[in-house]
Design a binder for this molecule. Structure first.
Ligand code: 5GP
Length: 134
């Protein structure tokens, strides 16, 4: 059965897209640690453990994530973009990109945010617009 993230990448489940190419997809985390918290996934490989990916998919995922992080930093003011790989909840490899202003912004134990749809769309569109300049 397809994972929820495969369904998102195919457009079968809605998401706030921030970047996409043939193999990879990036979208806003529905319950962000900080505004702009983004998830980056391979579209066609559902393995739930990033270090099981074949080398080409793995390298391509990080290169795509690098570009998304540059776009995210340009769109959402922050000191830097933090990276985390957990996979404790959704069994489809994904990289978290989180705008950081302090160390605690990457604390997954803290209460997550719930932003309204208009705000999520506004953030996603601004990241997408920066991504398209790269
Ligand atoms: P992890 O698997 O890395 O522990 O966490 C999965 C992340 O995916 C969580 O931060 C959670 O908020 C996010 N998430 C779970 N389901 C959905 C969904 O349907 N849409 C979006 N955009 N994010 C999701």
């Amino acid at each position: 059965m397809a994972t929820i993230f495969t369904k998102i990448a195919k457009g079968e489940i809605p998401s706030y897209k921030v970047a996409e190419n043939e193999e990879y997809y990036a979208f806003l985390d529905i319950n962000p640690l900080a505004p702009g918290h983004t998830l980056v996934i391979p579209k066609n490989v559902e393995d739930d453990y990033i270090f099981n990916l074949d080398g080409k998919t793995y390298a391509g995922l990080w290169e795509f994530a690098r570009k998304v992080a540059l776009a995210l930093k340009a769109a959402v003011p922050c000191k830097r973009v933090g990276v985390a790989v957990l996979g404790m909840e959704v069994p489809h490899t994904h990289i978290h990109l989180v705008p950081l202003n302090s160390e605690s912004d990457l604390d997954f134990r803290k209460e997550k945010l719930s932003l309204d749809g208009d705000r999520m769309k506004e953030i996603a569109d601004s990241i997408l617009s920066e991504y398209e300049k790269i």
